[in-house]
Design a protein around this ligand. Sequence first.
Ligand SMILES: [Zn+2]
Ligand SMILES: [Zn+2]
Length: 254
Amino acid sequence: MRVASLGSGSKGNGTVVASGETCLLIDCGFSLRETTRRLARLGLAPGDIDAILVTHEHSDHAAGVGTLSRGHGIPVYATHGTAASGRLGECAVLERFNAGEGFTVGCVTVRSVAVPHDAREPCQYRLAAGGRELGILTDLGSVTPHVVAAYRGCQGLVLEFNHDSTMLAAGAYPPALKRRVGGEWGHLNNRQASDLLAALDGPALRHLVIAHMSEKNNSPAAVREVLAAEHPAWLERAHWACQGEGFGWIPLDD
Ligand SMILES: [Zn+2]
Ligand SMILES: [Zn+2]
């Protein structure tokens, strides 16, 4: 199994997971043209994607789902709540499930995990193939025991380090947006993400990606400071996902 990203952050997300002949795109927050351009960077074309898995209907995850699905006949998987939001656009095929349920696409076994986030029925994903497991975990406002249990033992983890609480408080966001982002159904701050990493870290975990960083309310320096204090072993080993480039292929098989 290998993982790459088209981009990560509040302006658009898309994570590509490939194993054997199966290629999945988790979320698509980019226009069809931009998605095509970003896929080409990874050596892929839209027609290579076997399914689009959606985490929730916020536009940075869902804006491009309908056009990509219709344009290339790609089935979409989403929770009933996400599908009912009406924000995915018309899809070629829409497979609905309840957050927490699992399903299989090609050779990839998918488990959806319910998370606290301010959408209709948000979920995140844990994917298994070829004896490897990958956890994708962004867009959650708080860490529940359910989430910790659901993501233990992965070889790869794409984890949200959304904001630095001090930068958010001092920044230019209006008060209501600050409360939303920093609240229980918003996004993880660096401290919460670090505590969650401590709970999930273990001998199995080989690849960590720092993801969904806010461009306005966070900085690599702020994340590095937390990692240096709490997770020095990850300071030089972690991969970084950015808005413009995402990240290149990371093989989980080594
Ligand atoms: Zn998001
Ligand atoms: Zn969101």
